[in-house]
Design a protein around this ligand. Structure first.
Ligand code: PMP
Length: 405
């Protein structure tokens, strides 16, 4: 059955508005996705009917709130093919990666050891590793990418040494759209005994992810890019990894017993969930996953692929426009520069037309350095985008050229 984006748009109340007198054209889902009404309702219902702190309470409300949060954990586990005790609630992908760097990393990375990343990582998958390497006098190694923004897999493999303690790689690049061959990457690293963290922030909203099939050791993502609320994210880690890792943050909720002499921790995932988490955020993320599961995910992926092809062809017709990131396997992200126009000016003029695109370095400055540019404009698509949105973008870019070129 053909995917009906017009029907889906009606589920997202924000999309129905006008901005500067023009219909809103939202092309910034890679930064954060919009929320369907059912997610907004689930959060509101939770606060209106079931809200209390979890786990500690014996009373009805607390029991209900605990059940709601734990059901969300189950939904997430099922959604990505994990076991429930492998799902750690965090604030976002950034915190998930920091957790792994601080807990697993500090235990395993020593002086002279190596951490392997790639040239297309988001700062969230660079800076925690860089800090770890600085602290431990270890070496951060960076696998190169080609001019289309594709990882050079042979080079990646050659850069694995006996000192490599972890490989941390993005599943999908937010700045380029490149979809990495993460199954192969994991296989290559595991063949050399190297654990793998995948940054799935841009991957989970756009296709099926099965972490057990991928066999990665860690998988990180944020709720807000998955049509859920901001402030909640997920670290998946293999159960055996979580068992062996020391806590990241510590305090209440993550303990079985505390004396001034000693503390006994809870089992994972609770060992990694110190303090009161974003309870409504977890519930909202569960609702977002229910929403996505009710869609035909293959049809969603096909819709986005079709839109990407349509948009790529349309942008190719615009004089002086250059796409940055033209990988063979690409998600629906279009980063581009226009000769003679600063990306911020593109963004500002498009905004007057009601069109939201992101401009800047997209928290991936090394990618910009690789392509010799300071910034790009980026249009990123999701299931609620249509050809009309692309047509509006193209018309808006012609307007930009009228003003500047
Ligand atoms: N990794 C990638 C690939 C991303 O696109 C982002 C968000 N732009 C992040 C990590 C960080 O996500 P968050 O800001 O939600 O922690």
């Amino acid at each position: 059955m053909r995917f009906d984006a017009e029907r889906v748009r009606k589920d997202f109340p924000i999309l129905g508005q006008t901005v500067h007198g023009k219909p809103l054209v939202f092309l910034d889902s890679a930064a954060s996705a919009q929320k369907p009404q059912c997610v907004i309702d689930a959060i509101s219902r939770f606060y209106a009917h079931d809200y209390a702190n979890i786990h500690r309470g014996v009373y009805e409300l607390s029991v209900r709130a605990t059940a709601a949060v734990e059901q969300a954990r189950e939904k997430i586990a099922r959604f990505i093919g994990a076991a429930v005790n492998e799902i750690v609630f965090v604030r976002n992908a950034t915190e998930a990666i920091n957790l792994v760097a601080a807990s697993f990393g500090r235990e395993h990375v020593g002086e002279g050891d190596e951490v392997l990343i790639t040239h297309m990582e988001h700062h969230a998958n660079i800076v925690p590793w860089q800090r770890l390497c600085q602290e431990k006098r270890a070496v951060l190694r960076v696998a190169p990418i080609d001019d289309r923004g594709q990882l050079l897999l042979d080079a990646f493999e050659e850069m694995i040494t006996t000192r490599t303690k972890i490989a941390a790689v993005t599943h999908v690049s937010n700045a380029l759209g490149t979809i990495n061959p993460v199954e192969e990457i994991t296989r290559i690293a595991h063949a050399r005994g190297v654990p793998v963290l995948l940054d799935g922030a841009q991957a989970v909203p756009h296709g099926r992810v099965d972490v057990h099939a991928l066999d990665c050791d860690f998988y990180a993502f944020s709720g807000h890019k998955l049509f859920g609320p901001s402030g909640i994210g997920v670290l998946y880690a293999k159960a055996a990894r979580l068992e062996a890792m020391p806590p990241y943050m510590s305090g209440g909720e993550m303990i079985l017993s505390v004396t001034f002499e000693n503390t006994i921790y809870k089992e994972p995932p609770y060992k990694f969930e110190a303090g009161t988490p974003d309870l409504a955020g977890a519930v909202g993320l569960g609702a977002a996953i229910d929403y996505l599961r009710a869609q035909d995910l293959d049809a969603v992926a096909a819709h986005e692929r079709e839109l990407l092809a349509y948009a790529s062809d349309a942008l190719a017709e615009i004089p002086d426009l250059r796409l940055i990131g033209t990988a063979e396997h690409k998600a629906a992200v279009l980063s581009f520069v226009l000769d003679g126009v600063h990306p911020h000016d593109i963004g500002t003029i498009l905004d007057r037309e009601g069109i939201c695109v992101r401009t800047g370095h997209h928290c991936a400055q090394p990618v910009m350095q690789r392509f010799g540019i300071p910034a790009t404009a980026r249009a990123s698509l999701a299931l609620y985008n249509t050809r009309d949105d692309i047509d509006a973008l193209v018309a808006g870019l012609h307007r930009v050229r009228e003003v500047f070129v």
